[in-house]
Ligand binder design. Structure first.
Ligand code: ATP
Ligand code: MG
Length: 321
């Protein structure tokens, strides 16, 4: 494990490296600026702090400078030093953008695959069952009435299998999500979950039209996971889902009245063993949204999701570009 570097260590490191550069340290001193920036980034020092280090070092250096020309020359060299120092931040921002784009692509690919599986289960399994019904009807013609009754029993079971497969395919990728949008799809999901658990689920929604397809899918999957968690872990009786919009934001909250848990502000390497909450955060980073979990043992759980409107609306400027 490396030795932790403190903010004040970094501040004096910055100041020394800047002085070295201004004293004619050249390329090697400029590499020092990059190194200080890298250390600051690794130590979670924000850009504003870095600007503050620069500001106070510069004031001190300029106070010791003689004449306008020297001040001007030092000022401009110091700006070059600062630019070099923040370049690791720029690179990390680019890396973050690339990661978000990759995540979005991965989600889209997974979603396409889920769609394909849902259609296969629905169409192909459904068609195969039709062939089986026909074959059974054919066989039944040559059988005794007693055997025909037994064949009818098999037929009834097959009808149940067909019903389950249809439900499964709709839940995997509800066609209403594509055809009618998020709110009817969430309503459909809530009804299904309610029917096979003891949860009473209330859905309230005030959305102004459709959201972008990627955002509708992400919110649908997030609500699906939140309902799964409420069903499996909460021991609660009620769930409230609310979707609305306010001052440039699309908001979604899912709240239960269950036992709650010790929520971590960020996923920790040892803390969260499951994939559900991590998956929610990943889906949100891909669409520029945030997740806030409010939960305490004995006081229920609330997930609040916020997506900036410019990322979520089909009629936003960015979406039309
Ligand atoms: N609504 C809730 N009520 C109580 N505890 C919850 C709730 N949601 C999550 N938790 C707790 O947080 C943990 C992490 O949830 P997460 O969805 O990440 O994983 P999981 O549900 O255990 O597994 P997975 O989602 O991968 O099947 C759960 O194991 C549970 O202890
Ligand atoms: Mg889960």
């Amino acid at each position: 494990m490396g030795i932790a570097i403190t903010t004040s260590d970094l501040e004096s490191l910055y100041s020394q490296a800047l002085e070295h550069y201004l004293a004619g340290g050249g390329e090697e001193a400029l590499r020092g600026a990059y190194e200080v920036g890298r250390l600051a980034l690794a130590g979670d020092v924000g850009l504003l702090d870095l600007a503050a280090f620069h500001h106070s070092a510069l004031i001190r250096i300029l106070a010791d400078s003689q004449g306008q020309d020297e001040i001007r020359a030092r000022f401009s060299a110091a700006s070059q030093f600062f630019t070099e120092c923040v370049s690791p931040y720029e690179m990390s921002l680019r890396g973050y953008r690339d990661a978000v784009a990759a995540l979005r692509l991965l989600n889209e690919t997974l979603e396409k695959e889920v769609k394909r599986i849902a259609h296969t289960v629905h169409d192909e399994a459904g068609q195969l069952l039709v062939v089986v019904y026909l074959a059974l009807t054919e066989i039944a013609k040559d059988l005794t009435p007693a055997m025909q009754t037994r064949i009818k029993g098999v037929n009834d079971l097959l009808h149940q299998v067909e019903g389950h497969l249809r439900q499964l395919s709709h839940e995997l990728r509800p066609t209403i999500l594509d055809d009618l949008g998020l709110v009817p799809a969430v309503q459909f999901l809530a009804d299904r979950v309610s029917k096979r658990s003891n949860l009473v689920i209330e859905v309230k929604a005030e959305l102004d039209g459709r959201l972008l397809p990627g955002v509708e899918t992400a919110l649908y999957r997030i609500i699906q996971e939140a309902l799964n968690n409420a069903r499996r872990h909460s021991q609660g009786k009620n769930v409230w889902i609310q979707l609305d919009e306010d001052a440039g934001k699309t908001m979604c909250s899912i709240r239960d009245d269950g036992i709650g848990f010790q929520a971590q502000p960020y996923p920790s390497e040892t803390g969260e063993k499951g994939l559900g909450l991590i998956g929610i955060r990943e889906r949100l980073s891909a669409i520029g949204g945030t997740l806030q979990i409010t939960s305490e043992p004995g006081r229920g759980t609330k997930l609040l999701i916020v997506v900036p409107k410019e990322n979520s609306h089909a009629n936003s400027h960015r979406a039309r570009r």
